[in-house]
Structures are given as structure tokens and as C-alpha cells.
Write a protein that binds this ligand. Structure first.
Ligand code: GLA
Length: 402
């Protein structure tokens, strides 16, 4: 009896201190966000068109669920009487609730953006001082996802600011995925698992593979491989319900097909959120095939929820591993150079031992079948060394199973 009473007290206690809804992101969130292609040039028609294409292109079937409006959805002022945020009436003539209803009617989920500071990065009203009011407002609009940025925060304490918004969302009693976007400046991986479902680990991504690219105004985005290098060492902080976020996808926005494949493969190897950022109403068949490859996506969405890691680098050729459910493994060979690279990988000579997940790939005692997940083709098994060539800036991505 005593034990039962103690257990009940423990459950009540846990509930009192709970701050987020559990199980709303058991696997990394997947969806689409307006920023990478449209910045603040968004509208009701655009978003409805994106929702329609998400369904007709097979993206929804492949798992992309959330449609998130980034910066620029608001009017420049809050409502002068209620203090509520107001949607830009020109861009969204029927209001945000009607749009949320439309998106939900397609079997999709809907998200919005705001900022912990006094203004959003593009200068619209921020949430500082309005956390509980805004959370109630979002719940009244039936939103499912909130991306929360970090501009105009002056000397605000990041842990407190994100903690307050997280509590406000929880108090509004609607399960809303909380995406922390403070660019990794205050190491959110150390403290944000209790607050939200994903946190940015990098500054903003750009449409470039690696190296320096300066775009207008002297602003320097992170190229894809820079995001990878910043995110990879943080694997131990990620897991079901709390993911490292190396930023949204630039697939289909101007890199080569090989670079897009690499970008997508590595996001999947790192169990990163898959938030497409291209104009999916007009994407090419090649882009669609990359974004909807279910075998690659299943590596990202694997139930074990362990972020993969870079096992070895040799002559610009990286070898990555990710342990998967049922003792399967994903393996990715990444060629960062401008020349083709040869792989000669003798599985039996390798010691792939992941102390984080307590998984071991021992090809001497176990023979795994090998599938090339991009080509959708069976290769031989791990009983023989693998030899192949990887094209410049491309990958060879495999799934091993017993
Ligand atoms: C920041 C974020 C971006 C985007 C813009 C919007 O730069 O990191 O992802 O949301 O703000 O202004």
C-alpha cells in the first residue's frame, strides 16, 4: 500500500513539474518552412499552394507533416486593444485560423514563427513580455509548431527566455512542437531538452556546399558542410523528443544533385529534423526523388533515435555510421573533394563500437546484407571488402541488415 501511495505521489509530482508534452517528436520533425525560399514574401495563396503540392507530390506520404510560416506573417503592430498579434491582412486576408483549418483539412499540421526578443529578425512584433498571451493566442489558432528565434534579445538570458515560453506553451494546453532557434549561441543542447523538441546548433544555412559564400549585405551563411561539422560532435545530446537541428534543408535550391544528395543523406545520418525549404510547387523530378526517398528517410526516422557519427576521415573521404533499430546500421561514405574517391572498406577489419548506444558492428561474427539506399539496389554482403568509387561531392549510402 505504502508503495502505491508513493508511486501516485511521484506521478503527481512529475506532472506538476512537467513542462512539455511528451511524445510529440519521438522521431525528428518533418515538414516545410517558408524562409529559405520566400523570406517574408509569403501569402495565403502561396501557403495553400504549398499544402496542395505537399500532398500531390508524395511529400506528405513520405512523412512531411508540418507547414511552418516563418518571419513576415504578422502586421507591424499588435492589436491596440487586446495586445494580440495580428496577421498581415494583405498577405492573409482570411486570417491565420482559416489557413490553419485549410492545412488541417489536408491532414497536415501548421506552425508559426516568432522571437524571444522585442522584435523578430525581420522587425515584426516579438514576444518578449507577451509569452503567456501569445501562447494562448497560438493555441486558439490551433497551431502545432512554434519556431522561436533569438533577435532583439539584448541581455536576455537564453535559458530563462526559452524556459518561459516553453512553460507558457504548456500552460496553453495544446501540444505544440517547440523549435528553439538561438543558433547554438548559448549551447541549448546542454539545457533545452526539458523545454522543446529541437534546437538549432548552427547559424543560418545557405545554398552552398562548403567554403565561403558571401551574399548580399555581407551576410555569410553557413554552407552545408559547415552545419554538418558544427552539429556532428553534439550527438550525445540528441534523442527521441529532443533533437539537434543543423537548420532547414536547402535541397532543390541551387546546389548540384550530388550536393543535394549529400546534404539530405547527412541530415538523415544525424537524425536531424527534415524541414524542406524549397518551392515544392515547382520542384524538379530529381529534387522530388531526393526529398521523398523513403529508404533514406527511414534512416532519419529510425525508432532508435540515435544520431550517427563520423567514424573516420581519409583523403577527404568520410565514413559515417548510424545504429538503427533491430541491429541494422546505416553507413555513408562522403566525398568532400572535387575528385572521385575510391573506397576500399574491409568490414572485417573495422571496429565499429558505439559506446553511446552500446551497439557494435562486428562483421567477423555477423554477416550483414548491404543495400544501396539511393540506387535502391542490393550489393553483396559484409563478408567481402567493399570497393566502389564516390563521385565528387557525392555519397554512397548503405543500409546493413542481418
Ligand atoms: C533567423 C533564423 C532564420 C529565419 C530568420 C527570419 O535568421 O535563424 O531561420 O527564421 O531569422 O528572419
Amino acid at each position: 500500500m505504502k508503495k502505491i501511495i508513493l508511486l501516485v505521489l511521484l506521478v503527481i509530482n512529475l506532472k506538476t513539474f512537467a513542462q512539455k508534452f511528451e511524445s510529440i517528436a519521438a522521431t525528428p520533425p518533418m515538414g516545410w518552412n517558408s524562409w529559405n525560399t520566400f523570406q517574408t514574401n509569403i501569402s495565403e495563396d502561396l501557403v495553400k499552394g504549398i499544402a496542395d503540392s505537399l500532398v500531390s507530390s508524395g511529400m506528405k506520404d513520405a512523412g512531411y507533416t508540418y507547414i511552418v510560416l516563418d518571419d513576415g506573417w504578422m502586421a507591424m503592430q499588435r492589436d491596440s486593444v487586446s495586445g494580440d498579434l495580428v496577421a498581415d491582412p494583405k498577405k492573409f486576408p482570411h486570417g491565420i485560423k482559416a489557413l490553419a483549418d485549410y492545412i488541417h483539412s489536408k491532414g497536415l499540421k501548421f506552425g508559426l514563427y516568432n522571437c524571444a526578443g522585442t522584435k523578430t529578425c525581420a522587425g515584426y512584433p516579438g514576444t518578449r513580455g507577451y509569452e503567456y498571451q501569445d501562447a494562448r493566442f497560438y493555441a486558439s489558432l490551433d497551431i502545432d509548431y512554434l519556431k522561436f528565434d533569438w533577435c532583439y534579445t539584448d541581455s536576455l538570458n537564453a535559458q530563462e527566455a526559452y524556459g518561459t515560453m516553453s512553460k507558457a506553451l504548456f500552460a496553453a494546453r495544446r501540444p505544440i512542437v517547440f523549435s528553439l532557434c538561438e543558433w547554438g549561441s548559448h549551447q541549448p543542447w546542454l539545457w533545452a531538452a526539458k523545454d522543446g523538441e529541437l534546437w538549432r546548433t548552427t547559424g543560418d544555412i545557405g545554398v552552398c556546399y562548403q567554403g565561403d559564400t558571401v551574399i548580399s549585405g555581407g551576410w555569410k551563411p553557413n554552407c552545408v558542410m559547415k552545419c554538418v561539422d558544427l552539429n556532428e560532435p553534439l550527438r550525445k545530446y540528441a534523442g527521441p523528443g529532443h533533437w539537434n537541428d543543423p537548420d532547414m534543408l536547402e535541397v532543390g535550391n541551387g546546389m548540384s544533385a550530388a550536393e543535394d544528395r549529400t546534404h539530405f543523406s547527412l541530415w538523415c545520418m544525424m537524425a536531424a529534423p527534415l524541414i524542406a525549404g524549397n518551392d515544392i510547387r515547382k520542384m524538379t523530378p530529381e529534387t522530388r526523388m531526393i526529398l521523398t526517398n523513403k529508404d533514406v528517410i527511414s534512416v532519419d526516422q529510425d525508432a532508435l533515435g540515435v544520431q550517427g557519427w563520423r567514424y573516420v576521415t581519409k583523403d577527404s573521404l568520410e565514413t559515417w555510421f548510424k545504429p538503427l533499430n533491430n541491429d541494422d546500421w546505416a553507413v555513408c561514405f562522403v566525398n568532400r573533394s572535387r575528385q572521385p574517391q575510391k573506397i576500399n572498406f574491409d568490414w572485417k577489419n573495422e571496429n565499429v563500437n558505439d559506446t553511446l548506444s552500446s551497439r557494435q558492428l562486428n562483421a567477423s561474427s555477423t554477416t550483414y546484407k548491404i543495400t544501396d539506399v539511393w540506387m535502391k539496389k542490393s550489393l553483396s554482403t559484409t563478408s567481402k571488402p567493399l570497393s566502389a568509387t564516390v563521385a565528387p561531392h557525392d555519397v554512397l549510402m548503405l543500409r546493413l541488415n542481418k
